[in-house]
Design a protein around this ligand. Structure first.
Ligand SMILES: [Zn+2]
Length: 118
């Protein structure tokens, strides 16, 4: 994996980023983290995390009983397949990204399991 150097500039507008604290709502507001350090762009009001700040958030959410968090989502359609979008919080927790391989296992007629393979 290529390690990218964190820029002090906003990747959207090129404005200068400032470090600020924010309240982070995760899992549809089921988990709230207060005073989370974040890079903030005053120009386009975008909040961005440095890799270190991201690690901190990871550490903070580590102790949360994630198996008790459930989110409702509606599937959409793409061609002949149904598409289920994975919320960003879940993707981050499971370290999933664009090319992550998952295995789908049908448990019964109402449940299936998505397991991260690689
Ligand atoms: Zn910006």
């Amino acid at each position: 994996m290529k390690k990218e150097k964190w820029e002090e500039k906003c990747p959207i507008c090129g404005g200068k980023l400032v470090t600020t604290r924010t309240v982070l709502d995760l899992y549809d507001g089921k988990v709230t983290l207060k005073g989370v350090k974040v890079q903030y762009c005053p120009k386009c009001k975008e909040e961005l995390f440095t890799p270190e700040q991201m690690n901190k958030v990871d550490k903070l959410t580590e102790g949360i009983q994630l198996q008790q968090i459930s989110l409702k989502r509606r599937v959409s359609k793409s061609g002949r397949s149904l598409v289920l979008r994975i919320p960003q919080d879940i993707a981050r927790t499971l370290h999933m990204n664009k090319d992550t391989e998952v295995e789908l296992r049908v448990k019964n007629k109402k449940e299936f399991v998505v397991e991260v393979v690689a």
